[in-house]
Design a protein around this ligand. Structure first.
Ligand code: SF4
Ligand code: SF4
Length: 366
C-alpha cells in the first residue's frame, strides 16, 4: 500500500477551557473536562513524534491555549524539535510576562481573534467584560515583540455592519494579515445558527467592503476572506482534504481529521495515549475512511474538482443531511444543495437574536 505524504500541520487543542463564551465557537457542545487533558509530558511526546513523521508546523489552539500554564514550555519543546510554532488565541491572557515567556520559548507567530471592532461589541460577543481592551494590548505586545500578527475577525449577522471598522482596526494594529472569517457553523455556532447567519444583502455588503479593502491594502496587508458555505456554489476543501494535510488532537488526546469530526457517528478516533501518530496517520480507519476519492458518491466521483475540494466537509454533510458520506450540500451539484438555501430562509425569518453562550459543560468541572 502506498503510504500517504506526511501531514503538513498539527493542530494541538491543548484545552477546552476558555475565559470567553463566544456563541459562534466551533468547539463541540460536549467539551473535554480539564482533568482529562493530556499532560505536559504527553504533549512533548506528541511533538517529538510530529517532527519525526515530517510535520512542519504546530498550531496551539483550544479553547484558549494560554489557559495552559505549560504553553511556553511546549512552544520551546516544539521549537527545539524544529517545528514552526503558531498560537491561536483570544489574547486576553497575553500579559507582558506571558509574552516574554513565549518569546523565550521561540514562538514564531500569533493569531489573535477579535469578536468585534468596538469595546461594546467585543465584550458582548465574547462574554468577557474588558476583553476587547486586553486584546488591543495583546496586539501591541505582539507587534512590539517584532512578531508577525494575524488579526482574525469573526463576522455574523449581529456585527457584520462593522466590518469596515474591523478592517480599519486591523490596519491600526499593523497586522500583517487579516482574516475576515464568516462564522463556521459547527458546535456552538450551529446551535446558534439562526441568530448568526447573515442575509444575502449583508453578505453582498461584506463582499464589496472586502474587495475594496483588498485593492486599497494590496502589497501591505493580506486579507483572507471566504464566503460562508451557505451562500457558496462550491464547497471548501475542508482541512485541505480528509486525512490529507492536518492532524487535529483534542485536549484529551483524541486524533481527529478536523476539529469538528468528533460529532461524526460510527468512528473511533484513536488516542495518542495508545497509538503512535505515524500509525494513526497511515493506517487508522478514522484517517483513511474519507481520504482520497474512492469513498465518493456521485456526483463527486466523476467530477473534475474531486481532487480540488475532496467532496467538501463531512461534518457539514452529516449536520445538513444526516449522512456523513453524502456530497457536501454547499456544492451546487449536490442533491441536497437546496438545504443551504432553506437554512438561509429560516435564519432570515428569525426574530429572536438571543445567543446561547459557549460554556464548558457543568460536568467538565467535576
Ligand atoms: S471562539 Fe471564543 S469561546 Fe471559542 S475558543 Fe475561541 S475565544 Fe474561546
Ligand atoms: S460534485 Fe463533489 S467534487 Fe464536484 S465540486 Fe461538488 S463537492 Fe466538489
Amino acid at each position: 500500500m502506498t503510504q500517504p505524504a506526511p501531514p503538513m500541520g498539527l493542530i494541538a487543542e491543548l484545552t477546552h477551557r476558555c475565559p470567553l463564551q463566544c456563541a459562534y465557537c466551533s468547539n463541540p457542545l460536549q467539551m473535554d473536562a480539564p482533568k482529562t487533558e493530556l499532560s505536559t509530558d504527553d504533549w512533548r511526546h506528541v511533538l517529538d513524534q510530529a517532527a519525526a513523521i515530517g510535520i512542519l508546523q504546530v498550531h496551539f489552539s483550544g479553547g484558549e491555549p494560554m489557559a495552559r500554564r505549560d504553553l511556553p514550555e511546549l512552544v520551546a519543546h516544539a521549537s527545539r524539535a524544529g517545528l514552526y510554532t503558531n498560537i491561536i488565541t483570544s489574547g486576553v491572557l497575553l500579559t507582558d510576562e506571558a509574552m516574554a515567556a513565549l518569546l523565550a520559548g521561540g514562538i514564531d507567530h500569533i493569531q489573535l481573534s477579535f469578536q468585534d471592532a468596538t469595546h461594546d461589541g467585543g465584550d458582548r460577543f465574547g462574554g468577557y467584560r474588558g476583553g476587547h481592551e486586553k486584546k488591543l494590548a495583546a496586539a501591541r505586545r505582539i507587534r512590539e515583540a517584532g512578531l508577525p500578527l494575524t488579526a482574525n475577525f469573526v463576522i455574523h449577522k449581529q456585527n457584520i455592519e462593522r466590518v469596515e471598522a474591523m478592517i480599519a482596526l486591523g490596519e491600526t494594529l499593523e497586522a500583517e494579515r487579516m482574516e475576515i472569517a464568516h462564522t463556521q457553523y459547527y458546535g456552538w455556532a450551529l446551535l446558534n445558527r439562526n441568530a448568526l447567519l447573515p442575509s444575502r444583502e449583508q453578505l453582498d455588503y461584506v463582499n464589496a467592503v472586502v474587495e475594496a479593502a483588498r485593492a486599497r491594502l494590496k502589497g501591505r496587508i493580506a486579507i483572507d476572506y471566504v464566503v460562508p458555505d451557505y451562500y457558496a456554489s462550491r464547497p471548501k476543501a475542508c482541512m485541505g482534504g480528509w486525512g490529507n494535510r492536518f492532524i487535529n488532537i483534542s485536549p484529551s488526546g483524541k486524533t481527529l481529521p478536523c476539529h469538528a469530526a468528533e460529532t461524526l457517528p460510527g468512528f473511533t478516533f484513536p488516542s495518542v495515549r495508545e497509538t503512535s501518530l505515524r500509525d494513526i496517520w497511515q493506517a487508522s480507519d478514522a484517517f483513511t475512511r474519507f481520504r482520497g476519492t474512492d469513498w465518493m458518491p456521485e456526483p463527486c466521483r466523476a467530477c473534475d474538482r474531486r481532487e480540488i475540494d475532496w467532496g467538501g466537509c463531512r461534518c457539514q454533510a452529516l449536520a445538513m443531511t444526516g449522512d456523513v458520506g453524502r456530497t457536501d450540500p454547499a456544492c451546487h451539484r449536490a442533491p441536497d444543495h437546496d438545504l443551504m438555501a432553506q437554512a438561509v430562509v429560516e435564519a432570515d425569518a428569525e426574530t429572536v437574536l438571543d445567543l446561547v453562550p459557549r460554556r464548558l459543560h457543568q460536568a467538565a468541572h467535576d
